[in-house]
Design a protein around this ligand. Sequence first.
Ligand SMILES: C[S@@+](CC[C@H](N)C(=O)[O-])C[C@H]1O[C@@H](n2cnc3c(N)ncnc32)[C@H](O)[C@@H]1O
Length: 616
Amino acid sequence: MSSFAALKDKRRARQGPSFASTSSASPAAVPAEPVVPAPFEPIEPVSILGASTVEDTKLYVYGAGMYKDLPEYLEIRVSQTRGRGIYVKEGTSVKAGTSLMKVKPHAYSLSTPNLDAHCASCLLNPQSSLSPEYQVTQLRRCTGCLAVSYCSSECQKYDWKGHKEECRALKALRSHGDQDPGMPGEAVRALGRLVWTRKRVGGDTAWWTEVEHMQSNITLLNPRQHEPLAMLGLAVCRYLGITPQQSSPEETARKLDELGFPSIRNLTNFLSRFQTNSFSLTTPDLTNVGVAVSPLAALISHSCMPNAAVVFPTGLGRRGALEVIALRDLQSGEEILTSYLDVALPRAERQKELKERYLFDCECTLCTRELDPDWIDPRSAVRCRTEGCTAKLRMPQPGTTHILCNTCGTGFAIDAVSLQQHIQLGTAALQKADSLQFSDPAKARYLLVSVLRNLTPLARSSYPLLSILQLLQQLFITAFSVLPFEDPERDRFLQDAATCAALVFAGMDDVYPPGHPTKGVQSVTMAKLLMAEISDSALAPSPATSSLPADMLVLLPMGVCRLRMALELLSKASRDLRLGFGKDGGLVGKDASLLAVGLEREISMWSALRTNRRIR
Ligand SMILES: C[S@@+](CC[C@H](N)C(=O)[O-])C[C@H]1O[C@@H](n2cnc3c(N)ncnc32)[C@H](O)[C@@H]1O
């Protein structure tokens, strides 16, 4: 049986870095050959105010050599409301699961806690949830900077051009001794890579022009938002070896100019472009590990009901690329839309995040629909308490004491005021547990379990319940994975992890669009939990054996029925992942197919054994 051990340290990989050298890797020494893209024509300015109605768009004209990864069936158009976006050309259509573009990001960086857990080039990590076939076995730290790690000399060589200057800068920071300012954050390191690559390839290349043409929202920032940008600017300058405090203004200006920034305003615009256009960097199993920049993929507009997703199905570097996958069939002339945030968040949270970071008010179909008084948003709903009734009911307004289920006709008492208070407490506990999950997972678990009891009236898809269950699932996985098989606590944590997985699985269906890769990954996680070895004497979850509230307990089958359920989930996941990650479903999809083959064999063996026993 495939063990679940592979999943156990998925989160540990995000713990704080240790700078003790674990590496015996020899420093890569591949000289950097500048890559100069083909020359391009000057960009024709496009007036986006020219469009007469919201839906009107006009073709965006850009220089030769730019956006060379844009397939010929897509085009860049400009709309009055959203600026540039990517559209399916008139007369063409696209099938669900198509990889709409495959791009090598201009730059990407692992977040600091991930630096010694993931390969800085391909992103894979030895403790991922993937089967050994799709895993790397070890990481070795770069002996130059002692900061980034690689899974192989191939990955180290592949990354050398991008890492060379970074290696020097990180080494220089370490040599500050007591004055060591600490590891710069992922944004600073990614910005550093962009600046050094510009220096190498030249500022008059299509590569850099694409960066310069990313949208800057600087003029829309309020004074409060300028401060973090200034702090980021200072951190970037220090990282690039520019110390305005210790140099004359002329010296600082000269150094900035050498790096391609003729003025401070020019540098600030560059930082604002980065903030508006950077992506979350995720592993093939969707763990968030850092930040990436791709000016082409960044042209895609946002929708909370996306028709496409940005993923890294097989990792990066020599192993893969950033891909944009069509989640459903796309019609001729349709705009490609990805989501800039987690669509499981309720409208108010999404609107707030989009306004703060991207400075626009979202008017997508979901945001508009949620204003319809007749529509019940599964992200903010309570559930009918009648057994067997799966109806979701509108979140009661303050003052409500009684609600009626329109589906089964049952009415029940509810205290709307205290429910709202518990939602607030739950949200606060979620934030706290999120920050504690690596340093004190037991406390994080305790915090979440203690708020869960008061959130049972909520629908499983509701915020913050779904997010709490997702985090708890991970915390239970970590808890059971480190315990020996004989430890009775292990079964308890495993059962609780499987219960959370089942609840998350059900809740996700209502909030993520069909084909969304998150759902496929959750199916595989749940299947792996069902496949994890559990002792014959394991007790079914009950209030006495589980830390979850009684009415959240799910009776999952044991023995061969449990394996059959896992097989069903894997088959479903394989189909879903081919949509969400394209082609063969990325590494998680391949893993699911591989696990399904092994499991089928195991189930046949079980069945054969039982038949034999009956014959005798
Ligand atoms: C990553 S950029 C997308 C590309 C951008 N439209 C351009 O022309 O470069 C994000 C910016 O695009 C605009 N945008 C994206 N999606 C939008 C939407 N659904 N509604 C309004 N503006 C949107 C906002 O100005 C946002 O700050």
